[in-house]
Design a protein around this ligand. Structure first.
Ligand code: URA
Ligand code: SF4
Length: 368
């Protein structure tokens, strides 16, 4: 008898708690309009939920492999769960608030119309993706994200109201705000991603930096030690050289969008495995689908491989236009880390970047 009462009380408590949690989660008191706040309101603390295949189904070896020691240094690197400073994360997610929108759009409209370039040839295409990245779907399915509400009886009454409120506050489709919001949602999904073994050794995921309104996107291989610590791509020595390359093209480092094939650091900076690249590629596909750049600069052979699936060496590939998904021109060039070891190759890279600028209708400063 006492047992039964106790159980009933426990059930009631759970019910009330579930309702309160859910109520807080829907933001039913009134939803904020700012994109990042909206992002919170949309329930963007995704877990993989039922949408993601389990580890074994993805073709990775069974039980968790021990986290490779790697030269990351410090105890934070030893596979501890990543701390989550929210400001840093949203900044890394691609500058949701562009600094100078007018300047951006002026830059975009100043560039030449996008005429087909006869030198651009289609490369082999990666396997068609069978799973659509979660964040490419309409952002508002349910305000609590992929998890079902704990108490359907309670949620049924309030859910439509919260859903409608979230929609009313969502930025209009096709606007820069909507693009930034969607990118934030993907970055948030990446932050908790465990789709490949690289998550085991990461300190931070590394999603992007720069402007989501950029006409040019630079794609690298994957985070290095410094990027893993800071949660931003190309902030180490190779990144400093990349910034100089970008400045030579007449851009500020924050004017262009920069990301990588894989979002977690491979141990000891090894090249990402094909299965890791495949697991991570839906995120890059979504990033590029939202940004729709006029040109992609692929930094190094791994970047080209991740984008179009070719195994050719970068010495052969560089300087020759390829096509991403049949539509976006790709210029393969040497990775800046290679340039740190082989400064003589800077001349080739500069020639490739000038070709990019020609394609964009930008005048190239004369640097030989
Ligand atoms: N190398 C890369 O390919 N990406 C980074 O983000 C840093 C170094
Ligand atoms: Fe997920 Fe990509 Fe990190 Fe692998 S590398 S865990 S797929 S975010």
């Amino acid at each position: 008898m006492v047992e039964a009462l106790r159980e009933e009380l426990a059930d009631l408590t759970a019910s009330v708690r579930a309702f309160l949690e859910w109520h807080a989660g829907t933001g039913a008191e009134g939803l904020p309009g700012h994109p990042s706040a909206l992002h919170e309101a949309l329930g963007a603390s995704p877990s993989e939920g039922a949408l993601a295949p389990r580890r074994a189904e993805r073709g990775f070896p069974g039980p968790e492999a021990p986290s490779p020691p790697g030269p990351r240094g410090g105890s934070a690197a030893a596979g501890a769960p990543a701390p989550h400073p929210p400001e840093q994360r949203s900044a890394a997610a691609g500058s949701p608030a562009p600094h100078h929108p007018e300047q951006r759009s002026a830059a975009a409209s100043a560039s030449a119309p996008h005429a087909p370039d006869p030198r651009i040839t289609a490369g082999p295409h990666p396997e068609p993706r069978t799973t659509e990245p979660q964040a490419m779907r309409p952002p508002v399915q349910a305000p609590w994200g992929p998890e079902p509400p704990p108490r359907p009886a309670v949620s049924a009454a309030a859910a439509p109201r919260a859903d409608t409120a979230a929609r009313a506050n969502a930025p209009p489709p096709g606007t820069p705000e909507e693009r930034a919001t969607r990118l934030l949602l993907i970055a948030e999904e990446v932050r908790t991603c465990e789709k490949c073994p690289l998550h085991e050794g990461r300190t931070h995921t590394v999603f992007s930096r720069g402007s989501p309104l950029s006409e040019v996107v630079f794609v690298g291989e994957g985070p290095g030690a410094e990027e893993d610590l800071q949660g931003e791509p190309f902030v180490g020595p190779a990144g400093q050289l990349l910034d100089k390359m970008i400045a030579a093209m007449g851009y500020h480092r924050d004017d262009v969008y920069i990301c990588n094939i894989v979002k977690c650091r491979p141990p000891k900076n090894r090249k990402p495995e094909p299965a890791e690249m495949a697991a991570c590629s839906p995120y890059l596909t979504s990033q590029l689908a939202l940004i729709k750049p006029k040109v992609i600069v692929a930094l190094g052979a791994t970047a080209v491989q991740g984008l179009i699936g070719t195994n050719e060496g970068i010495t052969k590939l560089r300087g020759t236009w390829k096509l991403y998904k049949g539509s976006i021109p790709i210029m393969p060039t040497f990775h800046p880390a290679y340039l740190l070891r082989q400064p003589n190759a800077k001349r080739d890279v500069w020639s490739d970047l000038k070709e990019v600028m020609r394609h964009l209708g930008k005048s190239a400063p004369d640097r030989g």
